[in-house]
Design a binder for this molecule. Structure first.
Ligand SMILES: C[S@@+](CC[C@H](N)C(=O)[O-])C[C@H]1O[C@@H](n2cnc3c(N)ncnc32)[C@H](O)[C@@H]1O
Length: 368
């Protein structure tokens, strides 16, 4: 391999969706270029193309061969495979779920390539780490001489008032090694390892009194992630005692019938709150367990509210969800992408703030 300061890492982005991994790579400031992205979803590829000026390779990743992979001559592979095989709603069938096959196939191809990657990065839901796919992934990576480190991390641990714990696996082919070698292969036992900027915090550390409470206190308020212009108009209209049906957020207000039916199951947050729940791909279609709703009445009257109907509850807008995912300001959806599709694509995506930190760590000390 050619050595030199200027050489860019060549990166493949599998399951690219709307490009969360690519934004993370950019935010990490790594000297890297995405030489190809792969996704089967037309709409996701439209969004990716609009923002990066390149349309991902459209098709099933499962059909790629070792020769195809070799043709990209890439040193780094980023993968965020489908998570349904590892979720309760997806029935937790693990590798028995057809949606896990393409990921396993890609891993199986690594030893068949003539230029295997030097580094891998995998993102998935919590629950993946106890699946048979995880077991297969780790044993395959060990067989082909990769050191692995695994983390379960949430944006809350990086100052963002957003609970979205996710599983991450970082892998480097020997002789490459990690800076914090003490946590190599740590996830299996005694439990998940979590990360903070300076330290590695073990699962025992996280269970200590007040770890999460202190973190949440130190997060920025949700209002920092709202569309300020809209936020002001909400508050003003509420002060005048009107429901804000004339403002641009009209379509985001939760209908009274839904509040009546599902109010007790809703996770309600205020602009001054320092935590909100994970937005899933079903946000806006269902209210229960799909993400938080925002009370738009000004904070000081909160205590005087007698009914949920008085809170002027609304959904977070796609832009606000993107903000909580730490997507850059210039990220845009093409106009033809519907509101439901926007939420679905964002719900499938990832926290750029968290992944960027992990990518910095993965690439630390490595030059080509
Ligand atoms: C969990 S999402 C990853 C999203 C992405 N990281 C982002 O930032 O938007 C999984 C993605 O994989 C794509 N996908 C699932 N199975 C695939 C397959 N067999 N071949 C290609 N793409 C696939 C889906 O369309 C979806 O966009």
């Amino acid at each position: 391999m050619e050595m030199g300061e200027d050489k860019l890492w060549r990166v493949l982005e599998f399951y690219s969706g709307i490009g969360g991994m690519r934004y993370s790579l950019m935010k990490a400031g790594v000297n890297a270029e995405v030489v190809e992205a792969f996704d089967i979803n037309d709409t996701a590829n439209d969004v990716y193309e609009q923002n990066f000026g390149h349309r991902p390779h459209q098709g099933n990743i499962q059909t790629l061969s070792a020769a195809d992979l070799d043709s990209y001559d890439a040193e780094v592979w980023l993968l965020s495979p489908p998570c349904q095989p590892y979720t309760r709603q997806g029935l937790q069938k693990g590798s028995g779920d057809a949606r896990a096959s393409s990921f396993l196939k890609i891993l199986q191809l690594i030893p068949q390539t003539s230029r295997p990657p030097l580094m891998l990065f995998v993102e998935n839901v919590v629950g993946f780490e106890t699946s048979d796919t995880h077991e297969k992934m780790i044993s395959m990576l060990r067989e082909i001489s990769f050191n692995t480190q695994e983390f379960i991390l949430s944006p809350l641990q990086f100052g963002v008032p957003y609970s979205r714990p996710r599983y991450f696996c970082l892998a480097k082919r020997k002789p490459l090694s990690f800076r914090k070698a003490q946590v190599n292969s740590y996830l299996g036992a005694p439990g998940p390892v979590l990360w903070s900027d300076e330290n590695v915090v073990t699962s025992q550390g996280v269970e200590l009194n007040g770890y999460w409470d202190k973190l949440i206190e130190s997060c920025r308020p949700i209002e920092d992630f709202l569309d300020l212009k809209n936020c002001v108009s909400d508050a003003e209209e509420s002060k005048e005692g009107k429901r804000p049906f004339n403002n641009p957020l009209k379509q985001y207000y939760v209908p009274s019938a839904l509040i009546e039916r599902w109010g007790s199951a809703m996770d309600i947050v205020f602009p001054e709150s320092r935590r909100c729940c994970c937005f899933t791909k079903s946000y806006f279609r269902y209210v229960k367990g799909t993400g938080s709703l925002l009370a738009t009445v000004p904070g000081m009257v909160k205590d005087r509210i007698s009914s949920l109907q008085d809170l002027s509850l609304r959904y977070f807008t796609p832009r606000e969800v993107a903000n909580l995912h730490s997507f850059p300001e210039d990220f845009k959806f093409p106009p033809h992408v519907s509101l439901r599709q926007r939420y679905a694509l964002l719900g499938n995506s990832l926290s750029v703030g968290v992944v960027a930190q992990l990518l910095c760590y993965l690439f630390a000390d490595e030059t080509l």
